[in-house]
Design a protein around this ligand. Sequence first.
Ligand code: PLP
Length: 411
Amino acid sequence: MGFSVHEIRQDFPALAQSVHGKPLIYLDNAATTQRPVQVLEAIERYNHFANANPHRGVHYLGTEATRAYEQARERVARFINAGSRKEVIFTRNATEALNLVAFAFGLAQVKAGDEIVLCISEHHSNLVPWQQIARLTGAKLKYLYLDEEFCLTHKEIQAKITDTTKIVAIAQMSNVLGTIYPVREIAGWAHSQGAVVVVDAAQSIPHQVVDVQALDADFLVFSGHKIYGPMGIGVLYGREELLREMPPYQFGGDMIEYVEEESSTFAPLPQKFEAGTPNVEGAVGLAAALDYVESIGLKQIAEHERNLTAYALEELRKLRWVRVHGPLDMAQRGPVISFEIEGCHPHDVATILDTYGVAVRAGHHCAQPLMNYLKIPASSRVSFALYNTKEEVDVFLESILNVRKWLGYGS
Ligand SMILES: Cc1ncc(COP(=O)(O)O)c(C=O)c1O
């Protein structure tokens, strides 16, 4: 059973507005998603009736805040099928979660001569921290490169991930190409070589079931704001035995057990990695967002987004002056389409589309090594969410024709 996208849209106040006198068509969902009233109201309820510091106050509000925060953790654990709530650490975003893994795990475990393997399409958040670890430890970075279909081959995976690989850090879905990488297969091979696997699920989490145990991920990260939740809350999943051995990432209140003048002992998981007052309203909002997504069903969402993506790709391919960067095979991709319009700079494309109310992204998408690899300075990108409609895709496609006209091309 599908769902009624027109009913769903009633839940998203942001979508009901006009921009530049035109109905807003929000196609920048890979950057951030809009939030449903169910999320906004959950945050408001928490702020009205339960705001206090969790884990500290013994008074009523303190225990309410603790309950809300820890229930949100349980909610996340269920959503990604973590073995226990101790494996779920709240962070500010995916970037902070990746820095936590890099600096608490990587810095302690990686030695000179070890290799860290990344995919060439990594977002800077899953690339720059590893550059720093390589620089500090004397390890070497190695990249997985893509075939002509913008995918990874078995051959490439097996050639690059070897018994000198210590860490493989890879996005489950590229924020530029839309490629879905075979993370389960990569984890299986990496583990056979003795490497640890860090999965960046920032893009995949709103579009497919992410099961950390089925993926056999050692670490997995995502941000709340890309799955209809608020900004300022992210998640690090880590295998309990790895997290237990890792030193803390930040130090201060809430993450300690006993503190003496000269030394301290640290709290058990998950508090060991959550120094200071946490973002409880963010966690509450994220839990509400996960409830929302599950109430519709990830399979139904994926099917709806797949239809939009297949339609948009088919129509874009009819335009001889459009070049799509990403797989054409729907089995290999998610709902993110990067493209170039011949003779038009991506920033001009995004600016002109904006005048039609169509919000798209232009630039290097925080993936400069990929841009260099593709030999392009930038691209335009549309990305779909559960609330987008075929009619919106049609307006986007019509507006693209206008972009060429604006810039002086006959067709
Ligand atoms: C694949 C990928 N990883 C990581 C991030 C970083 O997410 P955040 O800025 O929420 O930390 C993004 C954001 O666009 C992303 O697309």
